[in-house]
Design a protein around this ligand. Structure first.
Ligand code: SF4
Ligand code: F3S
Length: 106
């Protein structure tokens, strides 16, 4: 499956959701998660993300492996999102920031 990683936190551009053929993105307060049981590995979402937050499970950057399990858990509890929405007002302040896990709202 593909995995949403740290860069998405507090940016949540949602450009990724409309290209997904199986609607497997789920929306939380400031992050999206991919349901690994639904993702068909088409890779279409990867190029849509302005902050390159999405990786194939096998290519998740070192130190971000925890997002694999996190996507699986969070996707189960969050509603599906299929239409693009406005990002948070302060998205630009966070686009270049890494290590945002402590800001993830569940
Ligand atoms: Fe959806 Fe394809 Fe991205 Fe998986 S890889 S989340 S199926 S767009
Ligand atoms: Fe997040 Fe990128 Fe989608 S910031 S919401 S993974 S377009």
């Amino acid at each position: 499956a593909y995995v949403v990683t740290d860069a998405c936190i507090k940016c949540k551009y949602t450009d990724c959701v409309e290209v997904c053929p199986v609607d497997c993105f789920h929306e939380g307060p400031n992050f999206l998660a991919i349901d690994p049981d639904e993702c068909i590995d088409c890779s279409l979402c990867v190029a849509e993300c302005p902050v390159n937050a999405i990786y194939a499970e096998d290519d998740v950057p070192q130190g971000q492996e925890g997002f694999i399990q996190l996507n699986a858990e969070l996707a189960k509890g969050w509603p599906t999102i299929t239409q693009r929405a406005d990002p948070p007002a302060d998205h630009a302040d966070w686009a270049q920031v890494s290590g945002k896990l402590q800001h993830l709202e569940k």
